[in-house]
Design a protein around this ligand. Structure first.
Ligand SMILES: *Cc1c(COP(=O)(O)O)cnc(C)c1O
Length: 645
């Protein structure tokens, strides 16, 4: 008997979930935002609540602010733990890099939950700086300015840098001249950091962020020159921070060790000359999206504690060797803080290629190949599936020949295709049972796997799945106490063939197919895509004019859960406005045009057009379904007197 343990294993939930997700006795996914099982959220209860309140359609993005809190606690805890263990003579401060998720609500949660650790922000553009300034960071929290900085950016940062605790990081050598010039003009003493190009490079997808050819950072000679300039101006004390960032999602711990060694050594040498307070180790702490615990691109071969230990230990050791004071360690783990806190819920609204849905009963006058295909379907079993499959291929070819010669009609052709398809499905199933790994049957399995249409946009909600082929766990949210009897892939509702989830969590390479349950007429099938909190919110685009999804923020407390915030997603009107279609007078213009194009138009017809325009403009950009109310592809019926698979 299939049970929830089997589902936990099949979908690898405990491998990628970091303790935030599990399955309850009802077979539903539960979210455990603070890892305390007594405070969990049954995904299906939540879905029911959303359906009942009847104000938001699916897809819906869920956010769990408490997961952000827990991540901040865990990451800071790991560093503080390492500091204790190695008796490190300094402290640690976390930073959240805004580019990972600029959504105001998200940053507000992070600032609130990180306040006790003086969590700060890192910004990379003017707009991000403006956003950060609006959020009332406490004075002790750092605000780090990175990126390409023009005059406006620098002047803004300098003007307010004593109100906020701003450090301007020199990412490109030339910037130092502008910083010093504006600071002098404005009569302020800047606080400066310098970003270093390390020789050690990242590994994995973002390898180009580090190494000698990196886009940002100073070479050793530039760093020396910068210090020389500062000394000359009597501003060496302005140099507060040494920073490096070798890329995101560093999946191999060796890379981190190498970079830390190099950076700590540079810090120590520079510390002998200038009173540098902070060593900022950047981001890169990876998230094990596929749960494989390997150095493959969507995974990670180390734990958070290992990471923190390596950072703290290396700095400690090198500072001791070089006999310099230990810096305050700063890290900018964006992905690791934000990834877990959000997930997308969508409904499966149908299947593609359900070629088996229309089978008519065989008739006397049908060509012989139809009979043969029917027999093949009846007789195929684990011992003879190869033979029967090969026979079926031949019958199908013969049928096509007959059709091309004009000997049979469309109806016979259709019947033959459907039967052939059923034989294929059964053969693939038997090949799987027989653990047949031959190319032929691997291909066949691919061919017969279903495509399920998910009501979401991959480009809007999971852009990295498309852009960098990253894996995000995607699984059914219910019926997990039931054996999944189908396998398939999820496609989204964009008209783009790339809008398909091609890899599923479960092993290091990513599985090609997802095990799913047979869709039922009477019940919606809900799925979730997990770990979407980092980078996906603002990288998402408006392909096919599908807009941002509705959001529901959920808290769990005292054995209960509640929705603490709802944020409405985009309407069609908002999308049109965004792309410069004026929607203010839209309806009137269309109506005018209708009148102009048609000499005599009834008032009733006009009213109808107006009503439909109005409703669609105001509506959600996604496919709108009523709960339980949509039709789905029918399963293969009782064919040739043999039960379906
Ligand atoms: C992108 C970025 C980060 C965040 O990296 P993660 O791998 O998401 O933690 C940190 N620091 C800088 C300078 C960045 O550009």
């Amino acid at each position: 008997m299939w049970n929830i343990e089997d589902s936990l294993e099949l979908y690898g939930i405990e491998n990628w979930g970091n303790g935030y997700f599990s399955i309850n006795d009802k077979g539903n996914i539960v979210i455990v935002p603070n890892k305390d099982r007594s405070q969990s959220v049954d995904a299906m209860d939540l879905i029911e609540e959303i359906e009942r309140s009847n104000d938001l359609e699916f897809p819906v993005l869920l956010r769990f602010p408490q997961i952000l809190e827990d991540r901040i606690n865990e990451i800071t805890g790991a560093f503080l733990g390492a500091i204790g263990e190695f008796s490190y003579n300094g402290t640690y401060q976390p930073i959240f890099p805004m580019k990972v998720n600029q959504r105001k609500e998200v940053i507000e949660y992070i600032i609130k939950y990180g306040e006790k650790y003086r969590i700060g922000l890192e910004v990379g553009t003017k707009a991000e700086l403006l956003a950060a300034l609006s959020l009332g960071l406490p004075k002790e929290a750092l605000l780090i300015c990175n990126g390409y900085k023009d005059e406006d950016y620098l002047r803004l940062a300098l003007s307010i840098h004593n109100v906020n605790n701003i450090i301007i990081v020199v990412d490109l050598f030339e910037e130092i001249h502008n910083i010093l010039r504006y600071a002098e003009q404005m009569g302020v003493t800047p606080r400066i950091g310098m970003r270093l190009k390390l020789f050690a490079r990242g590994s994995g997808r973002w390898v180009e962020s580090g190494g000698e050819s990196a886009k940002f950072g100073l070479s050793t000679s530039e760093a020396l020159e910068l210090m020389r300039i500062l000394r000359e101006k009597g501003l060496l004390d302005s140099l507060k921070m040494i920073h490096f960032h070798i890329g995101s999602q560093i999946t191999d711990i060796r890379t981190i060790k190498n970079a830390m060694n190099e950076a700590a050594r540079i810090y120590a040498k520079a510390r002998k000359v200038a009173h540098i307070e902070y060593l900022n180790v950047g981001g890169g702490l990876s998230v094990d999206y596929n749960g494989s615990n390997t150095a493959t691109p969507s995974s990670s071969n180390y734990t958070l504690q290992e990471y923190a230990n390596d950072v703290v230990y290396t700095v400690q050791k090198i500072c001791e060797e070089e006999e310099v004071a230990c810096p305050t360690i700063v890290s900018e783990s964006g992905r690791a803080i934000a990834a877990y806190h959000s997930m997308l819920i969508f409904k499966v609204i149908g299947r593609k290629n359900s070629k088996d849905s229309l089978l008519r009963a065989p008739r006397e006058e049908d060509p012989i190949q139809i009979d043969d295909l029917c027999s093949a379907f009846k007789e195929i079993n684990i011992d003879n599936y190869k033979e029967h499959y090969h026979d079926a291929l031949q019958y199908r070819d013969e049928l096509y020949d007959s059709f091309n010669l004009g000997n049979i009609g469309l109806e016979e052709r259709a019947k033959g295709e459907t039967l052939f398809w059923l034989v294929c499905k059964k053969a693939a199933f038997l090949a799987k049972q027989a653990e047949d790994e031959s190319d032929e049957f691997q291909e066949l399995k691919k061919l017969v796997s279903q495509k399920y249409i998910g009501n979401f946009s991959l480009f809007q909600s999971v852009p990295d799945m498309w852009g960098v082929e990253q894996i995000f766990p995607t699984i059914p949210l219910h019926r997990l106490n039931e054996m999944p009897s189908e396998r398939g892939r999820i496609v989204d509702i964009t008209c783009d063939s790339d809008g398909e989830i091609k890899r599923y969590a479960g092993d290091s390479e990513g599985r090609e197919y997802l095990e799913m349950h047979t869709l039922m007429e009477s019940e919606d099938y809900y799925m979730g895509i997990f770990l979407l909190g980092a980078y996906q919110d603002t990288l998402g685009d408006f392909h096919n004019l599908l807009g941002s999804a509705h959001e529901v923020h959920v808290m769990a407390e005292g054995g209960e859960w509640y929705i603490c915030q709802k944020v409405e997603g985009d309407t069609c009107r908002k999308l049109l406005d965004f792309f410069n279609y004026e929607t203010k007078d839209y309806i009137w213009e269309i109506m005018d045009r209708c009148v102009a194009k048609k000499e005599c138009i009834h008032k009733k017809e006009l009213e109808q057009i107006e009503a439909e325009l109005n409703r669609t403009l105001k509506g959600y950009t996604y496919f709108i379904t009523k709960p339980n109310g949509h039709s789905k592809g029918k399963d293969a019926e009782n064919v040739c007197g043999v039960m379906k698979l």
